[in-house]
Design a protein. Structure first.
Ligand code: SF4
Length: 400
């Protein structure tokens, strides 16, 4: 369980899809908090950049701003460091002099930073509505119920949970409590190999992979040579997950029915379409994409892998990238001078709408509040949850 202070009641009307895609407004069915508890500056205020700069300067070393790769440029310009969620959390822990960690990312990322930083450091999320649809697809209650189903099927003692970094602190704690580990999209293969070795008999050991079915399936099939038939999908909205006891006994990978709403949009048609549009293109996608997309791509890897691959790519090469649009646009601009053609894999807009909620007005409000001595939007994980989640994270750090 986490607390976010101050918290306001949910009190919004459903908003048009276009606004959600642009990262404005909020989806009241999936988010944790919506209204900003203070006076947000107007987005049209011409002094926003100067105000953010002044507040950050006033705070000096007391503040450390983390910028996830998928953030808007208007926010990224104020980040002291950029990266994926795990790298950012570790970077924050390495700056103990920073009392305030402003996490320009989403809720589960701020939780991870709070878990990994010292008690003296306070993690702040500029907009409490910045959740993650994937992380929200696995709640503590649903996962506890799933474990009961596995127990009733007589397989729980053969199951090792593996939770993707993109999960709530509660799910990380569940994983730690039940002998499992966390993984990132970079080390998922090693995490699965480790998990299979934990059971008494590796041949009968099963993995409960949370919450992203696609990363679990892609890693099992592409990297570990398993078959699609080795995988079953547990649907928390169906009785017994929609699975029979026999299906659970026969499975090697029990995949939680969760997905990323951004990466889940790419389709086999988008791969075929871009190959026809851009002759000679290399298709490079994130492993959160569907299995058929990953199978049709030329290369697959995490955001860090995507960036490194493009850095090493020869001049004149052409790339279609299947990940969040803010990052793809930034990479396309960065490498244009090197004559590397970088296009977005899909023809439609594909921002992470919740990530996009962290905008310049929220960042200005956050920095100015902190500079005035008012702590806002703190994300704090309770001690017991933190201890078990840390156990799972430490197992990940110890992976061979
Ligand atoms: S890109 Fe996907 S996994 Fe990442 S924060 Fe957005 S919804 Fe969550």
């Amino acid at each position: 369980m986490t607390t976010a202070q101050p918290r306001t009641d949910l009190d919004v009307q459903p908003t048009p899809l276009a606004l959600l895609l642009l990262g404005r407004e909020a989806d009241p069915t999936s988010e944790r908090g919506v209204d900003c508890p203070g006076d947000l500056p107007s987005p049209s205020d011409p002094d926003l950049v100067a105000r953010a700069r002044a507040a950050k300067e006033k705070l000096g070393d007391k503040v450390f701003v983390l910028g996830h790769h998928y953030q808007r440029d208007e926010v990224i310009q104020f980040a002291d460091v950029t990266g994926d969620s795990f790298k950012l959390a570790r970077d924050a822990a390495a700056r103990p002099e920073a009392e305030y960690i402003v996490f320009c990312g989403v809720h589960f990322m701020a939780e991870s930073a709070d878990i990994l930083t010292s008690d003296e450091q306070k993690v702040v999320l500029p907009d409490l509505a910045a959740g993650c649809s994937m992380a929200d697809m696995a709640t503590a209650e649903q996962v506890a119920e799933c474990w009961d189903v596995l127990s009733e099927a007589g397989v729980a003692d053969q199951v090792v949970p593996v939770a993707y970094m993109n999960s709530s602190a509660d799910i990380k704690a569940f994983t730690g409590k039940h002998g499992g580990t966390i993984c990132t999209s970079s080390n998922a293969k090693r995490a699965l190999e480790w998990a299979f070795e934990q059971g008494q008999d590796p041949a009968t050991t099963k993995i409960l992979f949370l919450p992203d079915q696609h990363l679990g399936r892609n890693t099992a099939v592409r990297d570990l040579g398993m078959s699609l038939e080795d995988c079953v999908v547990y649907n928390p909205h169906k009785p017994n997950g929609g699975l029979t006891a026999e299906q659970l006994r026969d499975a090697r990978m029990i995949l939680w029915r969760g997905h990323c709403s951004v990466h889940g949009r790419f389709s086999l048609e988008s791969v075929e379409d871009v190959r026809a549009r851009v002759p000679g293109v290399n298709v490079l996608v994130h492993p959160e994409c569907k299995h058929e997309v990953v199978a049709a791509a030329d290369l697959v890897g995490s955001t860090e892998y995507i960036i490194k691959t493009l850095e090493a790519a020869p001049r004149g090469s052409k790339w279609a990238i299947g990940t969040e649009l803010n990052l793809v646009q930034r990479l396309a601009n960065r490498f244009a001078e090197e004559d590397k053609e970088i296009v977005f894999l899909d023809r439609t807009v594909c921002f992470c709408s919740t990530m996009n909620r962290i905008d310049l007005p929220h960042l200005v409000w956050t920095l100015e509040s902190l500079a005035e001595g008012t702590l806002v939007n703190r994300i704090e994980v309770d001690k017991e949850t933190e201890d078990f989640a840390k156990l799972a994270l430490e197992r990940m750090l110890a992976l061979p």
